[in-house]
Design a protein. Sequence first.
Length: 673
Amino acid sequence: MDIASIDGYYKEYQKSLIRLCDMTSNKSFEILKQEFSQGVSTHPAHIRNNLDFVRSEWTEKISLSLSNHKAVIIKGVSGQGKSALCYRFLLDNYPEQLVFCVRHIQSFRQAENLVSALQGIIKHARNIIIYIDVNPGETNWVLLLQELQARGVSVPVLVSIREEDFKLSKVDGSVISIDIIDLYFFKIEAENIYKVLTLDNPHPIFRSFDEAWKRFGEGGTFLEFIYLLNNNQTLRQRLVGQVEKLISEKNPDSWLMLLNLVCYAGKIGCPVLFKDAKRECSCDTAIAALDRMSKEYLLKSSDDGRYIETLHPLRASIVYDILLEKIAYSPSQLLLAVLKCIEGRYPQLILMDYFTQNPYDPSLISELTAVPCRDWTMFACMLNTILWLDVKLYAERNQKVYDELIAKKGNGWLAFAPLDISGELRPNEFISENLTSIFPEMAEGIIRDIEWMKNSLTSTVITYDTTDLWVKNSNIPLNVPKSDSEWSDFGYSLFWLAKRKQKIQLPFSLEILREAIKNGDLQAKADMVSGLFFQELFDSYTICESLLRDRIIRHFNVIKFIVSETEVSCEFIPPYFDDNENSSKIKNFNHFWTMNMVDILSKIYPDKEYIGAKLIGVDLLGDLGIPAVDYEKRIHRSNLPYKWITEINSWLISRINYAYYCDDWLKTAACGV
């Protein structure tokens, strides 16, 4: 196993990568049975105890699809039983020790670490499968699929994802081999479920399937139908009754506020910090409230008591809708309150959901600046979301123009759209401009189409109005980053603050930076150094650059390291353990390490025109006349754009394409986008 695999394994195992056999529960069978009947989010323990309804038709579809495709995606709205179906398939078809579940994919770097770890695992265990249960709002799961297939890692991947999250994800079927299974609940399946459940004993309430189907409303989700048969009433009826009982018992209003706040976050899967939620709701009896609502399966507490959350996003959505009619509390007020009660990357999910569901209000951005960011991760997430919002607003203002362009050009519309709406790389350029010299007979028409776009669009770059409003009035965190990912977020924040002409004074000493740079992930610290450079904090940058350069020289066995006025380059011996199985993958190995070095150097030295990296000692087959491949790079800065910038352009493409996504994957392909 090579060092890349070992490095990736230790960075991700038990964090974002966990075996199915390690996902256990200490709850008794009776507790598991009772909570599962109430429609809680599925845990593997529920399936191990056979509490689910086996949906053979769907599991057979998954099996057939995986035999023909490298990755299979199960998509559907909340409550269709995606997770339960996938766990059932995995437990029935694979040893639990060989099912690797991916919990979070937050960046391209993390995707690389995961792939490196899986490459090493595959060498010692052949019959493995990867399962990605996509968290609400996450789109980076696509990066893992791309990296696995780009590196030729032959391992099946099963993905479960909400319909709305799939539409926001940039899934390119031309780049990755995938099959899509649309999970839905239909009358024939409902009738089969009813027959199985009443095979030995008639249902106590619904004497026929038609009675049950009528009470069900002749449409809904799998979870809601199962709940109806198990509890003799619809899930909504039950939740309405529970809420009305809380009100009739004259419990404090703060109890309802607490429930409302947690359900607002819970409808997209976000837990809230108990202490902060108690403060925001002015709920002095929060422990009693939580105890009561836990018994009613409305809320639950984490094992350590730090968080409270709902039992399932569908239940949370229903309760939130019920309370919306009973509590005079606007969605924007709830948003501001919830943001003060969540941590990590959840603020981004909450904000994106709000701005997707509600009209834009500039006054809300001003109010958001008053929300304190508890750390640099939260600050970076909010900044990233505000940038996304500027792109969303740009897309909406120009949607009719893009509609007309797509009507004219179909799949070729992108060549006639602005190449770089960020304005940071190649503003006011169009891909099709380069076609005029290749196809001179078409030049006149191409130029005419480009001029039409320039005159029709509000502008060829986004204005950053919303971002500028937020960055000028928000307060930066004062705490020192505690993890590699937070140091990376720190660098990202400094970078974009500088781009929006907001220069800051570091809230901590140079000595702290000096100590931080000596340890941790090199790429994360390269992000940090990049932020210092763009902020023009050159004293801090110079010291950190020197220390990080020394670390790179030691870590990578660098033979030569050259920094000139226009170029930075190094020659190094790659970390490598002798592995006969790896001899056929030398090209991938060489490419991995050269690009790894190029990525790090490009961040540390943003002012250099060329970035170079060369591997030493990889000409293993030279005596046989077989030259080493892909062992040296010298790349111009223009071909190494920051993902921090390029993601802005990808957001626009996703927003424009989003309007053309159909409910069915095959229909979407037929839509011509």
